[in-house]
Design a protein around this ligand. Structure first.
Ligand code: UDP
Length: 461
């Protein structure tokens, strides 16, 4: 027998993230929070990811099911194929998701809600087809979502020119330059399908039964208030493994589904041998791809700063590391293809995080109180970087020269500024403040914890 009667009685939700690492991580983490409060959760994802799911005690309450994205190989979206991938996924995945839910219902599962990535608004139609609730899950910051919302509504015209004051009041006079806006608003036409995808998140925005945002109230209060004036939103972040915030899910120290294999032992042993606060950690996330020259500047900056460094360079980017650099710097640095980022960020040896400013990396660094050097590349990253430096004041940002390159001198200057410069103490003390607020929001009585509990209660009644 495939299902036990008890399983069939459980309130069941289907979670469907966009199949890229930065969307799967927070939605899987949210799934664990729901499961720990008594819901049965099935996470539906594509073969490339479902095959990487690591079963553990924490994730046993979550089932992983495969849906098709039409690829015969285990293909994932990357910076080169992203537009074609989006088109194919939108063509194939709706049918595959429908079949999955049909099968579950035929087996007697008590499906109550589909929690879908806001990037796939068609999932709300699937929910309606089965007469179940639909909840849209936004994996980016509320500010970035607000910008896309205003573009969707025609309030903001693209390509944007000149600075944007947004919805900020005099309490936080944040003026966002055109270049600090999400790249799709500023440089239009480079990724047509992706641009359409981020704007179309709002096609049925008001019709969803819930709108979840992976952020927390204190972090983006003015922006969240503004979004609340359109329709109710629920903050449910930071969606990071429980060990690092509320600790309500025992031993939950990892997302548990990674496309790349982390070199955990090598990283942790290396960090264990370093002094407190002495290491620069640098990573550009799962998708960003830098040019050869930029990689050379980073490499030289790491050498010049004379700091210990842990540098993540994905296997596909490795050929851009300058020849012999690894050997020349083996005393000072460790270069790996992928690391256990949360373990690294929480290690006492860490001094600063040079980051591409992906939203998960930002939330992780905030939750662990790590000061940052913001090194944004594309999509929402320039806007996230702006918040890091000018709103939360927990880091500095690198500046490009006229040729569009961030020079070795600039990178070195930023690293030193965060680790030991005039602003260092202020940045570190702000980072501590945000870390405490992130923890509070997840703990019992905190706004995120309350929002999750209310949702679960609504499904259970
Ligand atoms: N990550 C990791 N190991 C690495 C680099 C990144 O586990 O070596 C994780 C990181 O913790 C984060 C995710 O990959 O959860 C990257 O998501 P983010 O939104 O920061 O950037 P993206 O990859 O979507 O550009």
């Amino acid at each position: 027998m495939e299902s036990q009667p008890q399983e069939l009685n459980e309130i069941h939700v289907i979670v469907i993230p966009y199949p890229i690492q930065g969307h799967i991580n927070p939605m899987l983490q949210f799934s664990k929070q729901l499961a720990s409060r008594g819901l049965k959760v099935t996470l539906a994802t594509t073969p490339a990811f479902s095959s990487k799911f690591v079963h553990s005690e924490q994730s046993n309450s979550i089932s992983i099911e495969t849906i098709s994205d039409g690829s015969t190989l285990t293909e994932t979206a990357n910076t080169k194929n992203v537009d074609a991938y989006i088109k194919r996924f939108d063509l194939i995945a709706p049918r595959s998701l429908t079949q999955l839910i049909e099968t579950k219902i035929q087996l007697g599962h008590n499906i109550k809600c589909i929690i879908y990535d806001s990037s796939i608004p068609w999932a709300l139609d699937v929910a309606r087809q089965f007469g179940v609730f639909g909840a849209s899950f936004f994996t980016q910051s509320c500010l970035v979502s607000l910008i896309f919302y205003q573009v969707y509504e025609g309030v903001l015209r693209v390509p944007i020119e000149g600075p944007w004051r947004g919805v900020f009041t005099n309490d936080t006079p944040l003026l966002i330059e055109a270049r600090e806006m999400p790249s799709f608003v500023y440089e239009v036409g480079l990724y047509p399908a992706l641009e359409k995808l981020v704007i179309n998140q709002f096609t049925n925005y008001g019709q969803a039964d819930w709108r979840f945002f992976n952020t927390f109230d204190h972090l983006e209060c003015e922006v969240i208030n503004w979004m609340q004036s359109i329709c109710t939103v629920k903050t449910i972040g930071p969606c990071i493994p429980s060990k690092y915030l509320d600790n309500r899910i025992p031993d939950d120290n990892d997302y548990g589904l990674s496309l790349f294999q982390p070199e955990t032992d090598a990283c942790i042993q290396w960090l264990d041998a370093r002094q407190s606060g002495s290491v620069v950690y640098i990573s550009m996330g799962s998708m960003a791809s830098l040019g050869d020259k930029q990689m050379e500047e980073i490499a030289r900056a790491l050498l010049k700063s004379n700091k210990f460094f842990l540098w993540v360079v994905r296997a596909s980017e490795e050929n851009k590391i300058p020849p012999n650099f690894k050997e020349e710097t083996s005393e000072k640095g460790l270069i790996v293809n992928w690391c256990p980022q949360l373990e690294v960020l929480s290690h006492p040896a860490l001094g600063c995080f040079v980051t591409h400013c992906g939203w998960n990396s930002i939330l992780e660094a905030i939750s662990l109180g790590v000061p940052m050097v913001a090194f944004p590349q594309w999509t929402d990253q320039p806007t996230n970087a702006k918040c890091v430096t000018d709103l939360w004041k927990i880091g500095v940002k690198v500046r490009k020269n006229e040729g569009g390159l961030v020079t070795r001198e600039e990178i070195e200057l930023c690293i030193l500024e965060v680790m030991e410069g005039d602003k260092s103490n202020e940045i570190k003390s702000n980072a501590k403040k945000w870390k405490n607020l992130a923890k509070e929001t997840m703990e019992k009585g905190g706004s995120t914890s309350r929002n999750i509990e209310e949702f679960v209660a609504k499904l259970q009644n």
